[in-house]
Ligand binder design. Structure first.
Ligand code: FE2
Length: 397
């Protein structure tokens, strides 16, 4: 999506004869929005339609939890057991028509290929390193990376070490915020990241193996299995604007000010009716009279989900690595009692957190129910602590 890329061999023009060792290659235009959106053109050894066997279709089932009360919630995901693989181990926490948010702590590694046929994905790598092998080439990843995978990309995780991801899936498009780009698509001065921070697939590897290859495709709310008799990464070349890429949260350059900067200054991606933001270690507000933590706010049209990655979240009891807070729409929220006074003069934060704000209500899963501590909604009722705990100031509570 971010800019034009080319890997491997492509012919001098589109839609002309292109052979390898005398064999006509199969051209595939993979594009969005009916040939008017971004696209890439891939050249395959085999027809991408070639299927040896149709496997089973398994509906994706979500168990919804409808709480008895509308309230702020806090969950801790850190100690959830490892389960499934990098795809089957995705456990949905919350969702609406625009985005699904899942936690994934795989116990095993996938022995098949996967393609999301109905949505773009952002996979935030909380723990682990490895390679996302894709039709377009390898995307290596490490802790702190967001991996952006456009729909239609066939891929497979090759992990190294224990893995933990926060996964966003959307039927819409994941994009760099429009206000960060000029009319030609170049990322502007003043944006918190630049093209150099975006990492497309490395060198293309063309697989020519024959055999049996299982591909699982998410379509129509389920997983359809296909068996191919050739390796699905049979591309000898591609070019275009559509491909997977990675961006490290550690390359997000925080925007700070003399007084408090609002949450949109942390925006990293945009989707339909939602945003994904990165809260990174940074200097806090510099004015001597600044209150360097958020003002209370009533997010009347937003649901705010924050996932705490690392750092010190001393502004809240019960917030630790892997915690999630959910501030649903219609209610005010803000810092813990007494914190605004204590925070005066604090000049930096070490927090690292990922936030997703949705503009339509989120449903909760029974998985989220099991992680909900049930006490957070009353935490503003507590008297101010006498202990001057300023170990860390969470910027957005
Ligand atoms: Fe907030």
């Amino acid at each position: 999506m971010p800019f034009y890329q080319r890997r491997g061999d492509v012919p001098r023009k589109r839609h002309i004869v292109f052979r390898e060792n005398g064999r006509l290659l199969t051209e595939e235009v993979m594009g969005l929005e009916g040939f008017t959106g971004n696209e890439s053109i891939l050249y395959h050894l085999e027809s991408p339609c070639r299927v040896k066997e149709l496997g089973a279709f398994t509906p994706l089932e979500r168990e919804e939890w409808v709480p008895e009360t509308h309230a702020h919630r806090r969950m801790n995901t850190h100690d959830v057991s490892a389960e499934g693989d990098e795809i089957s181990g995705r456990r949905t926490l919350m969702w609406n028509w625009d985005v699904e948010i899942s936690l994934c702590r795989p116990a095993s590694s996938m022995d098949y290929f996967f393609r999301n046929g109905e949505g773009d994905e952002v996979i935030f790598v909380h723990e682990g390193t490895g390679t996302l092998e894709t039709t377009f080439g390898d995307v290596s990843y490490k802790e702190g990376d967001y991996i952006v995978v456009p729909r239609g990309t066939t891929y497979r995780f090759v992990p190294e070490g224990a893995q933990r991801y926060l996964v966003f899936e959307t039927p819409g498009l994941i994009e760099i915020p429009r206000r960060y780009r000029n009319q030609y698509g170049q990322i502007l001065e003043g944006a918190p990241y630049y093209h150099r921070d975006i990492h497309p697939p490395a060198e293309l590897k063309t697989h020519r193996e024959k055999g049996e290859f299982l591909v699982r495709v998410r379509v129509r709310g389920g997983i359809q299995e296909y068996v191919l008799d050739y390796h699905p990464f049979d591309v000898v070349g591609w070019d275009g604007y559509l491909y997977p890429w990675s961006f490290s949260i550690h390359d997000f350059e925080p925007i700070t000010g003399r007084i408090h900067q609002p949450p949109p200054s942390h925006q990293t991606f945009q989707g339909p009716n939602f945003v994904i933001c990165s809260f990174c270690p940074r200097h806090l507000d510099s004015d001597p009279e600044a209150v360097p933590i958020p003002y209370h706010h009533s997010n009347l049209q937003s649901e705010e989900m924050i996932y705490y990655v690392s750092g010190n979240f001393g502004s809240r009891k019960g917030i630790s690595v892997g915690s999630i807070t959910l501030h649903p729409s219609g209610l005010p929220h803000g810092p813990a009692p007494g914190l605004a006074e204590k925070a005066l003069g604090v000049r930096e934060t070490t927090e690292l957190a990922v936030m997703c704000d949705t503009f339509r209500p989120l449903k909760l899963s029974t998985f989220a129910r099991d992680l909900d501590d049930g006490h957070y909604a009353l935490s503003w009722y507590e008297p101010p602590s006498e202990e001057p705990d300023l170990a860390g100031v969470t910027s957005h509570l």
